[in-house]
Design a protein around this ligand. Sequence first.
Ligand SMILES: O=c1nc2n(C[C@H](O)[C@H](O)[C@H](O)CO)c3cc(O)ccc3cc-2c(=O)[nH]1
Ligand SMILES: C[C@H]1O[C@@H](n2cnc3c(N)ncnc32)[C@H](O)[C@@H]1O
Ligand code: SF4
Length: 337
Amino acid sequence: MKPITFSKNVFIPVTNVCRNRCAYCGFRREVGDAESFLMTEDDVVSILRAGVLAGCTEALFTFGEYPEEDPVFLERLEKIGFSSLSEYVARLSDLALEIGILPHTNGGVLSFDDLKRLAPKNASMGLMLETTANISAHRNCPGKDPAVRLEMIKNAGILQIPLTTGLLIGIGESRADRVDSIQKIAALHERYGHIQEVILQNYSPKPNLAKDAARKLGLCPPSREEMIDTILMSRQILPADVAVQVAPNLIPPLDLIRYGVSDLGGISPVTIDYINPEAAWPKIDELRTTLRSGGYEFKERLPIHPDFVLKGRSGKETKPLVAELADENGYRKTKTI
Ligand SMILES: O=c1nc2n(C[C@H](O)[C@H](O)[C@H](O)CO)c3cc(O)ccc3cc-2c(=O)[nH]1
Ligand SMILES: C[C@H]1O[C@@H](n2cnc3c(N)ncnc32)[C@H](O)[C@@H]1O
Ligand code: SF4
């Protein structure tokens, strides 16, 4: 049986300013808010270095979508010498590669040109489809229009970028919507062969939205049964070479494996999950022991999945580092010192 995989990462929340306003999000801040930020190069470099020291191979650049649509943010960005966020993330990716850690960027929707700029510097990239349904929680979110998201997933296919996508479960979508979303991902993968994994992420409520307001918007954390149903359905529809992932800080993963989960995503020994800050990372050694008790092997991969490593599909400029970090089967090389 194939091992259950994960990657060791550091989370770099480049900025929490965002043009969207998803009702389920606890991460976003208004540009004028005292808690809004744009990380400096120095901030980023110290996290990247700490990551390499802790043996991490993935720099997860996650941030608000096109924050520079706000002129006040654009001014902040220009002050540090960049005219777009993707230019800045390209610079941060160069730094990551110099320091010895592989970029995996998930900053929401990116234009074809921005994708093209970042693709060579990223081992793999990410964009959650979330859902193909038109839901209340996505009111005032131009970047969460399903057509816009599907277009970027298609563009990543045209550019042959190994892509992580997925669904957010419990945001007002029906079971039929989940089926439709997975079918659309499967169809794009059948055409371009670029989807490395599908995350089935359970919505987890955030303190900035009152419970009754959340309910009115259709937000409702899924039950374990619903998650199992979604895993089974996804596994049935998706081609076998696409991994199904759940987040082990949001749901206990052990008994989900028999239904088709084969990957536990990025786990960090260094940084918190900035999107779900209330959910601490399980210890990797403890997870390994738990999985072993169920008869499963727990194996470290890079941000790019083993099959894609073997096919030489990571971004052009990342190839020397991928070759250094991967073993002959495309997994993380085990250290021999
Ligand atoms: O720590 C997190 N990592 C998230 N990751 C990281 C993910 O676990 C790993 O980076 C990938 O499996 C690649 O190794 C995402 C990556 C994507 O491409 C798209 C969405 C997510 C969502 C999260 C998330 O909510 N929290
Ligand atoms: C990076 C990804 O994090 C997910 N995300 C955003 N908010 C939440 C939440 N409250 N609970 C779980 N996942 C969330 C979205 O799917 C986004 O695309
Ligand atoms: S989930 Fe992403 S796109 Fe939505 S508001 Fe939060 S940061 Fe913006």
